[in-house]
Design a protein around this ligand. Sequence first.
Ligand SMILES: [Zn+2]
Length: 371
Amino acid sequence: MDRPLAEGLFTDHHCHGVMAHDLSRTEFEGLASESSAPPPEGATAFDSQLGFLIRSRCAPVLGLEPHASPEAYLERRRALGADEVNRRLLGGAGIGAFVVETGYRGGAITDPEQTAAFAGGRAAEVVRLERIAEEVFEFTRADDDFCAAFRLALEERQREAVGFKSIAAYRCGLEIAPEAPAEEDVRREVRAWRESGSGRLESETVIRFLLQEAVRFRKPIQFHVGYGDDDVDLHRCSPLLMTAWLRTLRGAGVDVTLLHCYPFHREAGFLAHVFPHVYADVGLAVNYTGARSGAVVEEFLELIPFHKALFSSDAFGLAELYWLGAHLFRRGYESAARRWTEGGDWSPEDARRVFRMIASENAARVYRLGG
Ligand SMILES: [Zn+2]
């Protein structure tokens, strides 16, 4: 076989930890779907692109024949034990560095160091702005102190982190106003938040304040974009809604990385094309589109400058999601680049160089990961 074009280790610039305990079937199927609802009686989350790819591609990593039944797969998983499963799948993914976001169900999954240790890789942390704000909100008595308390907490939490993450998409949508919020408006919104009786931050004004504070540190800010779980209003998640806000950030010395992006990966590619500080990936989408993921990878590479494309798995909970995320992206790239080189549009040297950029070099530059 010819030397691969998709050659080299990945830096996974956005992922979460894995479950360290043996999973029940219900837990496994829950983590293999973006829906919070179980499938109807008699149906299974395995009947999906992701489920089929777990059976065809992950089964051999666990020592089974391809297309093992869900029952055989889960039985084998239990027999090997969570530790061995995590080591095989994370260790075999071809990921050398993990940039782990710790703001979602942090207590339920492995931390960045534990996650990377399964693969003998390096770890870095990204902190979630809304999570920090909600912690501050919970522990601050006087709402008028919120801004100062958030600044202190952010200063502390950012020290060890290589970047920030925002889930504005889940809370107020991505239409973020370009103006800096007045502190009295933020205080008013925090009081209204308190009166609502909910611990959940949904105010666009407050989220805009968090972003403004994060910008001061000149570290990259990740945004959830597009497809996600059933908590997201997808029509408010097109990255094009961020255009005005992104424009104000030009020249601020802060990079913005758009995560997942599906089905708006072409729109994200456009933004990365025109704005020097915007980057994008198709993590999550690659896993959930399974046998069709090659098309997503190709569409992703249509407009985006290659120095703006990033790799992520967005794996959460299941080691399968790391392994498959890496495998499918590598496979999609290899197959597309192979055609383009054979057609004479690309040279094999360029194809290998671009893969290294997308797989790891762009992330190392954006997150200043060093050697
Ligand atoms: Zn994520």
